[in-house]
Design a protein around this ligand. Sequence first.
Ligand code: UD1
Length: 371
Amino acid sequence: MSDIHLACVVGARPNYMKMAPLLRALEAYPHVRPVLIHTGQHYDPSLSDVFFNELGMRRPDISLEVGSGKHGAQTARVLERFEEVLERGTPEGHRYDRVVVVGDVNSTMAAALAAVKLGVAVAHVEAGLRSFDRTMPEEINRLVTDAVSDLLLVSEPAGLENLRREGHAESQLHLTGNVMIDTLKRMLPKARDRDGLVRYGLEAGRYGVVTLHRPANVDSPETLSALLDVLVAASREIPMVFPIHPRTQARVERFGLAERLGRASGIVQLPPLGYLDFLALTSQARVIITDSGGLQEESTVLGIPCLTARPNTERPITVDEGTSTLVSNDPRKLSESLQTVLDGRYKQGRCPALWDGRAGERIAKILAGKA
Ligand code: UD1
């Protein structure tokens, strides 16, 4: 069998835990030759390097260093620089046979678009997810990426339905399960070994974990301030651990909310954490409050109640089968659901099919032409 040259693209924090298991699984197929390309959308060590180290992922072969910027500018830089990468060919001088993109960040969409314009086939891992909310940048990224991909690797059944409705051929679709859960299952024993809780004075099952970074929640002073008020109130009952994304940190400071947050002794403010420290916290929490896509899935697998601060989700299985409830950015809904959890009346979830730690293997088999 002749070699298959893949350009595997990552750009931002949620991409690494999806690409790592795939690269690992591809090692079973020596004729598949992946080149790892980092766009540099995330560049802070806390959002990037730490994940490569902990996940045991090889260093990128090529870095595009696009950095932050407005959507148009950031996307354009990836398009321009990744197009050059594809035109140059692999470091060994081969033509790329396929580009592999994961998730829904700007880098995902831009890399897919650059590839298809050059006639390079695109595989999208985590295809078909739809929030049906076009105000979310990620929804646009998902729509565009899927439209130009010829191989669509899907994590939950709703994704298949969405792609069929959009007219994709059955031969393009594969329900492979959730590759991010491969990483979670592999890393969980190590994460639980860490003395993460002791360091912050926490007891297992007796604290909450909060992450907020979506523009809809953190870009307006009224919304952010109302959400923080609920968290501060809740932190009088149980400590709330809040690793703060740089975007959110900037807003907290700009809106003059830093003092209010700082005064609440039950709020444990932290910088963005590495994968293991974060998993140590989430896996032993009483409740998770988040607007992250990935965390809705992780909490479902961990069996931890997840109050999702979004009006919709592209991951409906986390609500229908899992432990997530949509509370929007409505302070009343958030505090009511939180009370349900603290009173022990919250629903139980179950782990969705194929979220079994082997999605990377299934995807690798398809990419290797052995499925
Ligand atoms: C991006 C993704 C989002 C994902 C999130 C995870 C898009 C549209 N959004 O959002 O889907 O959930 O990553 O974190 O792709 N910044 C730093 N250091 C960095 C990178 C960014 O300080 O290494 C700050 C900059 O001020 C930057 C801001 O964060 O302007 C936003 O970064 P950006 O990559 O545009 O989007 P995220 O909000 O991180």
